[in-house]
Design a protein around this ligand. Structure first.
Ligand SMILES: NC(=O)c1ccc[n+]([C@@H]2O[C@H](COP(=O)([O-])OP(=O)(O)OC[C@H]3O[C@@H](n4cnc5c(N)ncnc54)[C@H](OP(=O)(O)O)[C@@H]3O)[C@@H](O)[C@H]2O)c1
Length: 335
């Protein structure tokens, strides 16, 4: 398991799960339905109390509000936390724009440091490559920030298979945020980074489409301002049919849907960490149950293959038809 020789030293952070991070996008209160800031703070505090110390955020998330929220949690013991943020994607009114020139990234980094009230980030990532800026120029800026001591590590997000090879082939263990889950497979990108990247999986529950079913959009549908209206999976009939079949299969099983999906993801080759984004305490509790099931049943990979969990141990615990269903992506191709 790659997290054992993690590039991201967790000392002095006392995390026992460098493979499980918590994402703060949906906690910022914009675009994910009803929002309760106090509950989001409880989620972060409860995660920290359960030894999860790696938190992912971005200046882009809720226009800086997610970072401000995280600041309230890290302010007393900054060094106990591993804070990852990102630059290169900004809001311009209601539009999203790429801005990843060296100067833009530097300005965004300083804004993040200010919102987080810290003088360094543990990790700063290029959120998305900017079509108008060569990726090597953006990455060059990140290297400079590292030399200046503003960030401990640099990373990237949403690179294609080709971009991973082109820009990272001389690197080792560079954090790369990869969108991956049973309906959005990105196996080739994960594999492309196997020798150069520390692959962190984002949107493991496809923004809640694969969540508990008790979600804010479960009863009356998602609201007009909800970002998930832009996610084509939410309106795809084949995905809904696949999801309903999964729900039926799971009725017979004692593990929760969230645990099963996260376990399946963690057993896939070249997945090195996952970043779910719970925004309510009951949702975090699902994640904590998953974490304790992994620990209690000793499911962590002890090094034989490049994945977080041992697929062999898992397949003994999960009925084959559920495993096959999770592995058999619906016949659609949305990128
Ligand atoms: N680099 C990038 O481009 C990028 C892109 C996306 C995400 N990310 C990172 O990855 C993190 C996770 O992505 P995501 O927010 O799309 O996460 P996700 O974990 O796929 O979905 C989170 C949503 O799922 C729903 N949910 C239902 N049950 C849940 C449960 N038990 N646990 C967690 N969530 C549950 C919640 O929505 P309801 O309350 O509405 O049900 C929640 O807002 C982000 O916070 C961010 O840090 C990075």
């Amino acid at each position: 398991m790659k997290s054992d020789k993690l590039l991201l030293p967790i000392d002095p952070c006392h995390a026992d799960t460098p493979w499980l991070w918590i994402g703060t996008w949906s906690m910022g209160g914009e675009g994910f339905g009803n929002h309760d800031e106090q509950e989001s703070l409880e989620v972060l505090a409860l995660a920290a109390a359960n030894n999860i110390r790696h938190f992912d955020t971005a200046g882009f998330y809720a226009r800086g509000t997610s970072e401000k929220l995280l600041q309230k949690i890290i302010k007393k013991d900054r060094q106990e936390f591993f804070i990852s943020s990102k630059g290169g994607l900004v809001w311009n009114g209601k539009s999203v724009e790429h801005r990843a020139s060296p100067m833009d990234l530097k300005n965004q980094l300083f804004q993040s440091l200010e919102r987080l009230k810290t003088d360094y980030l543990d990790l700063y990532q290029l959120h998305w490559p900017d079509p108008d800026v060569p990726a090597d120029a953006s990455i060059g800026a990140l290297r400079e920030f590292q030399k200046e001591g503003l960030i401990r590590f640099w990373g990237v997000g949403n690179l294609t298979e080709q971009e991973v090879t082109d820009h990272l082939r001389d690197e080792k263990d560079i954090p790369h945020q990869v969108h991956f889950n049973p309906i959005h497979r990105n196996d080739a990108v994960l594999a492309a980074g196997k020798d150069f990247c520390f692959n962190t999986v984002i949107s493991p529950l496809e923004q809640g489409l694969l969540g508990t079913g008790k979600s804010s959009f479960g009863k009356g549908g998602i609201g007009k301002k909800d970002f998930r209206n832009r996610n084509p999976y939410f309106s795809n009939p084949e995905v809904h049919s696949w999801n309903s079949s999964l729900n039926c299969l799971l009725k017979q099983h004692s593990l929760s849907k969230v645990s099963l999906i996260l376990m399946w993801i963690c057993a896939q080759p070249h997945v090195h960490a996952i970043i779910p984004g719970p925004r309510r305490v009951d949702q975090l509790n699902d994640i904590l149950t998953f974490k304790s099931e992994v620990e209690r049943n000793n499911l962590l990979n002890s090094g034989e293959t490049d994945s977080i969990l041992s697929a062999d141990k898992l397949r003994g615990r999960i009925p084959e038809e559920i495993w096959q269903h999770l592995s058999g992506r619906p016949d659609i191709n949305i990128d």
